[in-house]
Design a protein around this ligand. Structure first.
Ligand code: PLP
Length: 363
């Protein structure tokens, strides 16, 4: 069993995707046209924000948010941004790329999301924002975080790359803060057939600034208000994403069913399954912890089950951030040492999930 077969996932809606792509091919219009406008409208409505600005990828989406806040004078060089220490590197890159300072905060081991009890002690007079990552597809937002942002006048930016369709009460992640970044990398819950990303926000000034920045800093042809960049989603990706968006809720519901089999049936004391969520989870990744991870991964592989590790090395131990290599984040380090991701997606059958359960329980 492959960890994730994009071939199978695309095949589930191949006819509709092919027809949508063929329409773009025939139209002769490949950038910033009807398909992009339509996807932006649909996705903004889906997330529940006034605006959606599509761009080249998820890292660009994150980075454009910080860049826009800088150009608007909201953020300055050296301002601090609180971010979970166990996130994917892109979250951190978007901060340092903009001459801002990431302040790493440990996760709660039972949810693997930023520990909201540790946020206030990380706040200094330079703190301006929290980058909240809904890691593994699990909602990281809490009312405590909302209150901290209000009290300390912090911007709340969501990294929703792994959590399309996740909710907090009746609102979707991606609409809970001031702005949110989304990645449509092929393996995400809502995945394109290549690179693609988007920002969602209800802040009109921010939306206009981001749209301008992503278009060379220009909102009127050949006039440049900012030193911008080129970050665009193409029409082919927009057309494919509009088709896939229609199935996102059903796909997520199926992921939840697979995860529920794992949640209720994995009983090996050597493995720790994620604590049952008190908040929503769309299970982009199903992470278990195991002290004997390497042995377990090899055993599953021998039995034809491919697994992944998200992620083997935490950001503060990467060579790219040598200045942090002396720091210690024991909870983060434990996750990176013990985490193993089980296959969990809409192309799987109940039998696939049960076979994994039987293997795990026999380990
Ligand atoms: C995938 C991902 C990104 C980056 O998205 P790309 O489209 O690959 O640039 C950012 N943050 C998180 C948490 C991700 O998982």
């Amino acid at each position: 069993m492959e960890y994730l077969s994009l071939k199978q996932i695309t095949a589930m809606h191949a006819e509709e995707i092919s027809a949508a792509i063929q329409q773009v091919v025939d139209s002769g219009w490949y950038l910033q046209g009807q398909a992009t406008r339509q996807f932006q409208d649909q996705y903004a409505r889906y997330i529940g924000t006034h605006h959606c600005i599509t761009c080249g990828n998820g890292l660009d989406a994150l980075s454009l948010i910080f860049r826009a806040y800088r150009d608007l004078g909201v953020l300055q060089d050296g301002d601090e941004v609180i971010v979970p220490a166990n996130t994917y590197i892109a979250s951190i890159l978007s901060i340092t790329e903009n001459n801002l300072v990431p302040v790493l905060v440990e996760p709660d081991i039972s949810t693997m999301q930023i520990d909201d009890a540790r946020i206030e002690s990380a706040i200094t007079p330079r703190t301006r924002a929290i980058l909240l990552v809904h890691l593994y597809g699990r909602c990281a937002f809490t009312t405590r975080i909302e209150n901290i942002c209000r009290q300390h006048h912090l911007k709340l930016i969501e990294d929703n790359a792994q959590a399309h369709g996740c909710t907090f009460h009746s609102k979707r992640t991606g609409s809970l803060g001031d702005a949110a970044a989304h990645s449509f990398y092929p393996g995400k819950n809502l995945g394109a057939l290549g690179d693609a990303g988007a920002v969602t926000t209800s802040d009109e000034l921010l939306a206009n600034t981001i749209r301008t920045l992503a278009n060379y800093g220009s909102s009127r042809k050949y006039e440049f208000a900012y030193k911008g960049r080129n970050s665009r989603m193409d029409e082919l990706q927009a057309a494919a994403l509009s088709v896939k968006l229609r199935y996102l809720d059903a796909d997520n519901a199926r992921r939840k069913q697979i995860a529920q089999i794992f949640n209720t049936q994995i009983s090996n004391p050597k493995t720790i399954v994620p604590k049952s969520p008190d908040r929503d989870n769309v299970y982009h990744i199903y992470p278990i912890l195991c002290e004997e991870r390497a042995t377990l991964q090899a055993y599953l592989k021998e039995n034809d089950v491919q697994t992944m590790i998200h992620y083997p090395i935490p950001p503060h131990q990467q060579q790219a951030y040598k200045e942090w290599n002396h720091l210690s984040f024991p909870i983060t380090e434990r996750i990176h040492r013990q985490e193993l991701s089980l296959p969990c997606n809409q192309a799987m059958t109940d039998e696939d999930a049960q076979r994994i359960v039987r293997l795990l329980n026999a380990f």
